[in-house]
Design a protein around this ligand. Sequence first.
Ligand SMILES: [Zn+2]
Length: 242
Amino acid sequence: MASLSLGAWRPLIRTVAGQGQVALTVDDAPTPEALPAMLDLLDQHRAKATFFMSGFRALRALDLVAETVRRGHAVYAHGWEHVRLDRCPITRLAQDLERSEELLRRFRPTPRPYLIRLPYNGGYRNARIHRALEAWSPGCQIAHWQLSTEDHVIASKHSTEADARAEIATQVARLANSPNLANALLLMHDQPVNEVPDGGLKAWVTVELMRQLLEMLSARGLASVAVTPRPSVPVWERFILR
Ligand SMILES: [Zn+2]
């Protein structure tokens, strides 16, 4: 499906370029219950990830933001609160992103071009949102994904670790067998922000998923790298979003 605009589209990223590489992207970070274990797993596998952090969570765990940067991962804003910014007054978008980035820039310089991941991905095909993003951070790109782990529903569907582990294995096998795995941006969460009640397994699911995912990638000889902005984007992509 293609969407047209009069030159408003910011580039979308779904893949990384390097041979044998994929990019693990983690939304809704940081939570103290899951992130320290995730960082250790990434180190064990010599993997780098890209974290899209929610400002309200980062504010409560500044040491974890610092630690994520210290270990060499990429860190970007995922909005302040976790709301559909495309359903808010348009001024809210830049305010939320700026408030979040202001906090993150205490720990590393603001990256240029900036990579955006919107809460709920809301408005990623909306030209008004793309124009507002460009106004906030000229040259920014949208970090979309090629494959989702669908982890945001796992904790709410299972009440035992054994059941959750089996579902995680199923999801990881699905990704492993996907023809689109090579070079893919993979979407997962640090304890997904959602209103669905869970049986207390949320943090456990997050860590277990990352463990299984990294083991699968290592077994296939795929290295997880931080997402980098696309160096050159054809002009037509400003007019046609695919
Ligand atoms: Zn999110």
